[in-house]
Design a protein around this ligand. Sequence first.
Ligand code: IPM
Ligand code: MG
Length: 373
Amino acid sequence: MKVTIAVIPGDGIGPEVTAQAKKALEAVAETYNHVFLYKEAQMGACAIETTGTPLPDATIEICKNADAILFGAIGDPKYDNDPTAKIRPEQGLLRLRQELGLYCNVRPVKAYEKLIKNSPLKKEVVQGTDIAIFRELTGGIYFGEKKLSKDKKAAFDVCSYSVEEISRVTHLAFKAAQDRRKKVTLVDQASVLETSRLWRKTVTEIAKEYKNVALDFMLVNTAAMQLILKPKQFDVILTENLFGDILSDEASVLAGSIGLLASSSIGEKNALFEPIHGSYPQAKGKDIANPLASILSAAMLLEHLGLHEEADAIERAVEKSLTLGITTEDIKGKNQYSATTSKVGHFIADYIANQEDSNMNFKNIHMGQSTII
Ligand code: IPM
Ligand code: MG
């Protein structure tokens, strides 16, 4: 299969982790006889530096014409600490989501057996957790009218949703639930918000088309609590843009490290894949960032293209790296021997390309003597 992949490394650790995901993709291409063409594009603080805008037109063009988009991270402390900045890196990503109509963001959260000890929650609480968060991505308060008053003493952000916006992401959430444990929890604030009441009404109607899927409702404050108290009760969580942003970061700690969570953002024509961890500027250039979320995003990208076996190969390699402890310091802890970003990427690519041969080196890995490391 010949596939064109737009690659946006972005800011902070984005370029380092994306490079590892590309290594994994290259190993897949060689092993399974595919041709992956990469078209590199700029977005974020790095694009502001070189072009004056966080999302150059050339990037939109490259993304529109690609079969899939692999994205690293966005953001720079320089802008975070300046509330008066008119141009911000994040505007690039928000505009790209809007331009490409990437309305459905999927964030799977899974407790890996090997990492349960890393979770801040008790083993019996977190073990077996397997949640897919479906976050609406192009509507709500993120995209409503916003304004700061002339005297700068008041401001507003409008949250609005249409039935159509709610419906399209809802259908995808229900379809996913059919292949999972057949439960959708709609998270909203229907006790207070008009938009949330429209969500409940619309989702209740649509649920009738999916008779084998159970639907329940939860207020967002309760959901924030229940995610920590009893995460196993959730299968698919369906929610609006802002709540999805907050809850998915909260849920990410369940997995033992935010460095493991991948995501996809799906539209009618385009799809973008990215780790959810953000730009982690403190780690930039140090070769210490966890590349697994980016590598797992590449697996989601392959899955989206219908390359299931290939996606499985990446996931198996990631599981293996966790089992063998070939992981970065966020998972290992600072005092234990940990691998660098690039070495984890190298191991994953090597395992995909020749799984049997890699076995020979496993016993040396912990001593740091393996040829892999
Ligand atoms: C995310 C990020 C973005 C968001 C930022 C970078 C605009 O936090 O993808 O979750 O809030 O949607
Ligand atoms: Mg976020």
